[in-house]
Structures are given as structure tokens and as C-alpha cells.
Design a protein around this ligand. Structure first.
Ligand SMILES: [Ca+2]
Ligand SMILES: [Ca+2]
Length: 119
């Protein structure tokens, strides 16, 4: 059996050409940026799975995620009216739920502000 280097393993896993379970990806040597993406995806799934659809964040799930995972990036997230305002600005298609892409754009806005790119 030929050994596969971690980079090729990741590439083939992403391309879906290797019939392996995703847990093997965590055994390979992922970069810090890949680990950051993995964290965002896994945290979104963990919080989105608490109620309603497993694929979207309700307002309650968003509030729970913000207060536990982003306490230094989002102020007053425990205030329900603040979460209401945030939800309505981030929920682009106004269906009352945050899809992963809507969540990702919100993270992008946070990161942009944090990085000083909004000045
Ligand atoms: Ca949900
Ligand atoms: Ca939405």
C-alpha cells in the first residue's frame, strides 16, 4: 500500500476522490488557516443543531453562539434586542434563520472590522 502525504490526503478528501471519513482529515497535518475554517464549520454545525433545522442558526442559536464563542468580538450579545438587530442585518434573505453563507459573511464583517479594514 502506497503512503499518502497529508497534503495529498487533504486535496483528495476535498475533491471527494478518497472514500475516507472526515475524521481522518484531523489526523493529517492541517495548517492553522485550515484549522480555523474547520473550527468555524464545526462550531456552526454544533450550534445550528440545537433546535429546528440542523443547517441554519435560529436567533436563539445565534445568541448562544455569540455569547459563548465570540464574547470579545460582539458586545451585549446577551441582550435580546441587540441579537434581534444583528439577526435582521445579517439574515440577507429574511427567512428568520442564518444559513452557513450568511453566517460566514457575518464572520467576514467581524474579521474585517477586527483587522482594521473598514477604516
Ligand atoms: Ca438550527
Ligand atoms: Ca437567512
Amino acid at each position: 500500500m502506497r503512503l499518502i502525504c497529508p497534503r495529498e490526503l487533504s486535496q483528495r478528501l476535498c475533491a471527494g476522490t478518497l472514500p475516507l471519513t472526515p475524521c481522518l482529515l484531523s489526523l493529517s497535518n492541517v495548517s492553522s488557516m485550515e484549522a480555523a475554517i474547520n473550527t468555524l464549520v464545526s462550531q456552526f454545525k454544533a450550534f445550528a443543531g440545537k433546535e429546528g433545522s440542523n443547517h441554519t442558526l435560529s436567533k436563539n442559536e445565534l445568541q448562544s453562539l455569540l455569547t459563548s464563542q465570540l464574547p470579545h468580538y460582539t458586545k451585549n450579545a446577551s441582550d435580546s434586542s441587540v441579537t434581534d438587530q444583528l439577526m435582521s442585518s445579517v439574515d440577507k434573505n429574511n427567512d428568520g434563520e442564518l444559513s452557513f453563507l450568511e453566517f460566514w459573511q457575518f464572520i467576514g464583517q467581524l474579521a474585517s472590522t477586527h483587522g482594521g479594514f473598514n477604516k
